[in-house]
Design a protein around this ligand. Structure first.
Ligand code: C2E
Ligand code: CA
Ligand code: CA
Ligand code: CA
Length: 281
């Protein structure tokens, strides 16, 4: 009936209203999160698919909210992107990762590569190369210890300035990975134009790779293509031995996932990563 329709509408409008309020409150809180040190980085190891030796880590941000607890990035990175807060947050991530690498090195551990995620806005609008160079200089760590993960959709525009940024970062010796490969709407032509080292196979292709022949076809073809382009492959979201076996069989270089380790705070990763973080002579 008509009145039911209006009630539904009012209900809808009301829940819309509270959803908008929720976002505004979060955005407000996010402004202060940086100053109050509420943003933290977790680290997830990447391991060689054949030897299971750790090859590096990925830094993943979390928000330690005073009332709401640990908030995952999917719930605040989009808000950070639309509000512009992603710029200071992105800079925080770069500086924190460089400092963490420095801390591990000062503690006598072997150099380890840590990759960080770069958001679309950050890549297009920020002086990414400048900020990274400054952070490298301040911490005196080698650029070889740093990696960047950039999503396919961020790279899609493929403007001249963006290509120059990637070339500059690559020339410094920073490892470049294409993240979420195959989930965007881009063409493949950027793969031959850009100096990329790694191709990350998205978790959505790995989830059912043991049973779904279509995922198998995509994953196999991706690995062959990446190797043909002189890139290494990392599969993300690997949770089972069966998935690992499939990936090993088809020559995937590295894996990352709960099978080996969840993302952990820096002090806890040290225990897990003993193999690679071993104190060297
Ligand atoms: P992503 O870069 O594709 O990262 C992979 C996500 O999969 C991470 O979620 C990771 O915790 C999760 N994951 C890894 N292994 C497994 C597994 O075996 N099973 C399952 N179920 N999940 C697994 P997380 O940490 O919630 O991050 C989500 C997304 O947020 C990331 O996707 C990335 O796009 C973004 N993000 C994270 N940290 C940052 C950051 O510092 N800056 C920016 N701009 N974005 C970030
Ligand atoms: Ca990533
Ligand atoms: Ca390179
Ligand atoms: Ca992904």
């Amino acid at each position: 009936t008509k009145s039911k329709g209006i009630n539904n509408y009012l209900f809808y409008a009301k829940s819309m209203h509270s959803a908008v309020l929720e976002i505004l409150t979060l955005e407000n809180d996010l402004h202060r999160a940086l100053e109050r040190n509420e943003l933290v980085l977790y680290y997830q190891p990447k391991v060689n698919a054949a030897t299971r030796i750790i090859t590096g880590m990925e830094a993943l941000i979390r928000w330690n909210h005073p009332e709401k607890g640990l908030i995952p990035p999917m719930q605040f990175i989009p808000i950070a992107e639309t509000s512009g807060l992603i710029m200071p947050i992105g800079e925080f991530v770069i500086r924190t990762v460089c400092r963490q690498i420095q801390t591990w090195q000062k503690a006598g551990y072997k150099p380890i590569n840590v990759a960080l995620n770069v958001s679309t806005h950050q890549f297009k609008k920020q002086d990414l190369a400048g900020i990274i160079k400054a952070a490298l200089q301040d911490t005196m760590i080698s650029p070889n210890c740093l990696g960047l993960e950039i999503t396919e959709s961020a790279i899609m525009g493929n403007s001249e300035t963006e290509r120059q940024t990637l070339t500059e970062l690559n020339d410094l010796g920073i490892g470049l990975a294409i993240d979420d490969f195959g989930t965007g709407y881009s063409s493949l032509s950027y793969l031959k134009q850009l100096p990329l080292d790694y191709l990350k196979i998205d978790k959505s292709f790995i989830d059912d790779v043991v049973s779904d022949s279509r995922d198998q076809a995509i994953v196999r073809a991706t690995i062959v293509m990446a190797h043909g382009l002189n890139m290494k492959t990392i599969a993300e979201g690997v949770e089972t031995e069966a998935q690992l076996t499939f990936l090993q069989t088809h020559g995937c270089d590295e894996i990352q996932g709960y099978l080996f380790s969840r993302p952990l705070p820096a002090d806890q990763i040290q225990g897990i990563a003993q193999h690679t973080l071993r104190k060297g002579g």
